[in-house]
Design a protein around this ligand. Structure first.
Ligand SMILES: O=C(CO)COP(=O)(O)O
Length: 251
């Protein structure tokens, strides 16, 4: 069976104390028998503390929300995949639409980030998703498949097997407007068959594809029922331990 993952994306929220408190609350309230792998995607400042306090406990993992597309050197303000790994965390979220939109990340740069994450034994959660105008023009499948082609299709089958994908329609992020369960399932199935065309059916079938965009305790169960929906990438609702764990327990 495919691995299920529910990852929180705290975005730029929580100072150090607030982040430690939230992570501890998730750890305290988790049973350790969740159906889904729990991942907390936090700002860089939390990684070292949370690597010690929660990583590996009750199966919880922690993710950075980005890494540099450069390995090392004179790149002021950047944080490398190697540095992230050295904190003791094991995951990294790459290609979030906010990074693409506000920091101009391109599919090509994301391919370089993915390579560096994999070389440094970080598990990437690779984000993709279309803006509203693309959905309205009904060209969303081609748009999202292109994101995958340009950032992932250089990988070996072996490396591809290490990554997860998060489909996040931009029009559903932070808007309270989710994709319907049918829209999510349809896109996930399209993406899986696209991945199969490159990496083979077996590898595509093993790849967790998460949904993100206004996922909440009230709608998670219905969304997660899609056969190709293997969990969620949760923004706003991941800032509350009870809401986040309710989503984790929605399978
Ligand atoms: O961007 C998201 C997760 O990465 C989704 O955010 P919301 O759950 O707040 O819509």
């Amino acid at each position: 069976m495919r691995k299920k993952i529910v990852a929180g994306n705290w975005k730029m929220n929580n100072d150090l104390e607030a982040g430690k408190k939230l992570a501890q609350e998730v750890l305290d309230k988790a049973t350790g028998n969740e159906e889904a792998q729990i991942v907390l995607g936090t700002p860089f400042i939390h990684l070292t503390a949370l690597a010690e306090s929660v990583v590996g406990k009750k199966g919880i993992e922690v993710a950075a929300q980005n890494c540099s597309d450069k390995a090392a050197g004179a790149y002021t303000g950047e944080t490398s995949a190697e540095m992230i790994k050295s904190t003791g965390v094991n995951y990294v979220i790459l290609g979030h639409s906010e990074r693409r939109e506000y920091f101009n990340e391109t599919n090509e740069q994301l391919a370089a980030k993915l390579d560096l994450a994999l070389v440094n034994n970080l598990t990437p959660i690779f984000c993709c998703g279309e803006p509203l105008e693309i959905r309205e023009a009904d060209t969303q499948y081609d748009y999202v498949k292109k994101q995958l082609t340009e950032s992932l299709f250089h990988l070996s089958v072996e490396d591809f097997a290490k990554i997860s994908i998060a489909y996040e329609p931009i029009w559903a992020i932070g808007t309270g407007k989710t994709a319907t369960a049918a829209q999510a399932q349809e896109m996930h199935a399209e993406l899986r068959s696209h991945l199969a065309s490159k990496f083979g059916q077996e590898a595509a079938d093993a790849c967790p594809i998460l949904y993100g965009g206004s996922c909440k305790p009230s709608n998670a169960k219905e969304i997660f029922e899609g056969v190709d929906v293997d969990g969620g990438l949760i923004g706003g609702a991941s800032l509350d331990a009870d809401d986040f764990l309710a989503i984790v327990n929605s399978f």
